[in-house]
Design a protein around this ligand. Structure first.
Ligand code: ACO
Length: 366
């Protein structure tokens, strides 16, 4: 039987995460992701995904030290970036620089230490490149800051506020892992040939780069900018749906109720919100859109997805849209590497089949 895009095909058993689209649950190793955002740091969640349990104080201290130590770019990485064309997309830069890390140290089997190193490097690669192309001097990592705090610091050169760190950390925890999505699957396919972790991760980055996957929240920002004021919301939304346009930030292939990541991001944003017209507009647009979608598209169960409030988070920390997909990549490094480690534990090479629909042609005799 042919399953276009492997839709509905179960490709692996995993104990890393589970998505219940009917209940609107995203589970990481038995814990609801949205609950983890309330009391756990990015580092604690990364430990959970890599090691299968939440860290003790001692284990967390060790992981923090490893992440901090591995934040620094090698001279080779800087040289590579200094030679890349100025107009290269950041995703291609990350893919290239991670590739430059692929030395013989990364043989089969992959290790958690390698996973930690690659995860620690990505924010520094993004910040180094982003500062370089914007004519700013590079900020070296700050060893006293957490993973997320340091990422914001390296991009802006100043200590971020608590609200900025909380917003981005919630986003990064919620996007750290999401089952057998295209990039995670591609990482597992590469690992299944007993290739090295760097190769699996460069495969995944290349897959994430495509707009159908790493789709940035930019479309949501455009929608909110077009609506501009709350009293326009109903009119603009009706026009779009009547014109058969999709509302960006609404609907999901798997979630047929609220996307738990959107719910958690909304809670975080509202908890730390001061005067914020942009966020007020987003909340208003969500309410209006759900009502209008329910009226004009009855029975389709359309709600906000993670992209909707990710856009609000990105806007509140004043992130350039060019940084959206790279930031998603920085968080998803944890999920990818955890899956590669899991694949390596019980490996079978992926080798699906195809159906030949071409012609049969006789070779003419000489
Ligand atoms: N706005 C308006 N109508 C919608 C939307 C939307 N955002 N999403 C689905 N619908 C409607 C469709 O028009 C269709 O209606 P019909 O039955 O009258 O033809 C019905 O709901 C089912 O739509 P499908 O496209 O079949 O739903 P599917 O589950 O395949 O699509 C998808 C999911 C691709 C996410 C879709 O909802 C969409 O394009 N949303 C907008 C883009 C977006 O926000 N993408 C980010 C997703 S989250 C992520 O990737 C991390």
């Amino acid at each position: 039987m042919l399953n276009q895009g492997l839709k509905g095909v179960v490709a692996a058993e995993t104990s890393i995460s589970h998505i219940d689209g009917e209940k609107g649950q995203l589970i990481y190793r038995g814990y609801e992701a949205k609950d983890l955002t309330k009391s756990k740091s990015f580092e604690e969640v990364a430990f959970l995904l890599w090691f299968g349990h939440l860290p003790s104080a001692e284990e967390l201290e060790k992981l923090n030290g490893q992440l901090i130590k591995n934040r620094y770019l090698t001279e080779t990485m800087k040289q590579v970036m200094n030679h890349l064309p100025h107009n290269m997309e950041i995703m291609s830069v990350i893919r290239t620089v991670i590739s430059a890390e692929g030395t013989t140290d990364y043989g089969w089997k992959p290790t958690v230490e390698q996973a930690i190193r690659l995860t620690a490097l990505v924010p520094t690669i993004i910040a180094y490149w982003y500062n370089k192309i914007n004519g700013k001097s590079a900020s070296e990592p700050n060893d006293t800051y957490s993973h997320v705090e340091n990422y914001l610091y390296m991009l802006n050169g100043t200590k971020p506020t608590k609200a900025q760190v909380d917003g981005l950390e919630t986003y990064m925890i919620l996007t750290v892992e999401h089952g057998m999505n295209a990039s995670t699957f591609s990482a597992r396919v590469t690992a299944s040939t007993e290739s090295d972790l760097v190769s699996s991760i460069t495969t995944a980055i290349g897959t994430m780069k495509g707009p159908l996957h790493g789709g940035a929240p930019s479309g949501v920002i455009q929608l909110l900018e077009e609506i501009a004021t709350p009293d326009n919301a109903d009119k603009v939304i009706r026009e779009k749906i009547n014109n058969r346009e999709k509302l960006m930030g609404f609907g999901h292939r798997v979630y047929k109720t609220h996307d738990p990541r959107a719910v958690a991001l909304r809670e975080t944003l509202l908890a730390s919100k001061g005067e914020d017209e942009w966020l007020d507009l987003a909340v208003h647009v969500e309410d209006v859109a759900i009502n209008v979608l329910n009226e004009l598209k009855p029975g389709r169960a359309l709600y906000t997805n993670v992209e909707f409030y990710a856009a609000a988070i990105m806007k509140s920390i004043d992130f350039d849209p060019d940084l959206f997909t790279p930031t998603f990549t920085a968080s998803r490094m944890v999920g990818w590497t955890a899956h590669v480690l899991e694949q390596a534990e019980n490996n079978t090479i992926y080798r699906p089949e195809s159906v030949y629909v071409g012609e049969m042609v006789e070779v003419a005799e000489k």
